[in-house]
Design a protein around this ligand. Structure first.
Ligand code: AMP
Length: 418
């Protein structure tokens, strides 16, 4: 049987980020009501638009970062890992000083060729946790081919970008096979040997079914955000892909949660995996969360405009419930003079990527997004997440606010309550 290792995510903050803060209690604006007012537990305001009632008090949480909970001492330095000098240099060049907990524990097992179940959210460094040892594998065997399956095209693209940032000049080849993007260039690239094929389940299945991807060539598989893939209904495609892969193979599964369905997949498709868990609280500790009460007769858009006019609202991700609403809100903000864009499922792939790029590169102040479009996105320095519309579920809320307070930053999340 595989071993099980548990870590507390918040224990690693200090060495990972080299920082220690006191509790944070800035309250930058005045147009919101008391945070802990009488509405808590009431039945107004907290109903997600398609979901169940969420107690508004759950949207309030002062960020507290203390020395004691931050202390995590990694067992390894990057220099200690048995990986090539080239990849070590690339990791250092990226500015990573010490391995994050998931990297600290997972990398040695992956290097040994063991199957791994990693329980970790985005923001824990899980992408590099599997990429670094797998790149090393490929350097040692340039014919090696790795298949990485991710739930969304944005996440798949992000993984490929991270891969490329580690492998500059190394003659390591990759292709990103995601739905919504033109399949022709993907097919063209698949004619050559690719060390890493990264894709979403549906598109991968299409490419396998038409013989463009030969599964027999792939002896290493990564399932990233497996729980989300199940949530999104990809189970049939995932099974199809895994069933066609060679055995034995090297399989790594990452997931934020462990449901009975995930356990079933693990039992069926992984071989005596080591389980490593970076436990996280239900909401991010370094995100300062509060509500903004929109008083009767007040317009939500005006309240948003007043917030966005404040200097500290420099890079703001605003969440809306529908694709249409998100599009409309971004247009209204542009009309009011804000540099804003939208990202949602009605936009084609290249437009979404363009909006994301502009936001990442600080050319926009505001990105208005739907939940699905923004899941798993890793954007540096988001100053605020604003829930213009309530999330449908508390889980969605946690995903939303996780877009701020990343890396060594303290984030802020505000939820509009009418
Ligand atoms: P992920 O959880 O893979 O989405 O990673 C979250 C962010 O942490 C990304 O921007 C990574 O580049 C960054 N990151 C990953 N590992 C480290 C590390 N050891 N030190 C500093 N930053 C890291």
């Amino acid at each position: 049987m595989g071993a099980e290792i548990l870590l507390d995510k918040h224990m690693y903050k200090k060495p990972f980020h080299g920082r220690s803060n006191g509790s944070h209690s800035n309250r930058p604006f005045s147009n919101r009501g008391p945070s802990h007012g009488g509405q808590r537990g009431g039945n107004r305001g907290g109903r997600g638009n398609f979901g169940s009632y969420i107690d508004p008090s759950k949207f309030i949480n002062k960020a507290v970062i203390t020395e004691t909970v931050e202390h995590f001492v990694p067992e390894h330095k990057f220099e200690d890992f048995k990986i090539g000098e080239g990849i070590k240099r690339a990791v250092i060049a990226k500015g990573y000083k010490a391995p994050s907990p998931i990297q600290d524990r997972v990398i040695p097992y992956i290097l040994q060729g063991q199957d791994v179940v990693g329980l970790a959210n985005t923001g824990t460094g899980k992408t590099a946790a599997f990429l670094i040892p797998l790149i090393d594998k490929v350097i040692n065997d340039p014919k090696k081919q790795v298949l990485i399956i991710a739930p969304t095209r944005e996440l798949a693209i992000q993984i490929e970008q991270e891969l490329k940032s580690f492998t500059k000049g190394m003659k390591i080849y990759s292709v990103c096979c995601v739905g919504g993007a033109n399949i022709v260039p993907q097919i063209r690239q698949l004619r050559f040997l690719n060390n890493f094929v990264i894709g979403t389940p549906g598109r991968l299945k299409d490419l396998i079914s038409t013989g463009k991807i030969i599964l027999a060539n792939y002896s290493t598989l990564v399932l990233d955000e497996a729980d989300r893939m199940l949530d999104m209904g990809f189970i049939v495609d995932m099974r199809f892909i895994m069933a066609g892969m060679p055995k034995p193979r090297h399989t790594l599964l990452f997931s934020a949660t462990l449901s009975p369905e995930i356990e079933k997949l693990i039992k069926e498709f992984l071989h005596e995996p080591v389980r490593i868990s970076v436990k996280s609280r239900d909401t991010s500790k370094n995100v300062d969360q509060d509500i903004v009460r929109v008083m009767p007769g007040k317009n939500k858009l005006d309240v948003l405009r007043d917030l966005l006019s404040q200097k500290e609202f420099s890079k703001v991700l605003v969440f809306g419930k529908t694709k249409h609403g998100v599009e409309k809100l971004s247009k209204l903000l542009i009309e009011r003079g804000f540099k804003a864009e939208s990202i949602h499922g009605n936009k084609n792939h290249s437009k979404r990527q363009q909006a994301l790029k502009q936001f990442k590169e600080n050319q926009l102040q505001v990105l208005v997004a739907t939940d699905v479009a923004a899941r798993g996105l890793d954007i540096a320095d988001v100053s605020h997440v604003i829930n213009f519309d309530l999330p449908a579920t508390y889980d969605d809320y946690v995903h939303r606010i996780g877009r701020t307070g990343r890396g060594d930053k303290l984030g802020k999340a505000l939820t509009f309550i009418e």
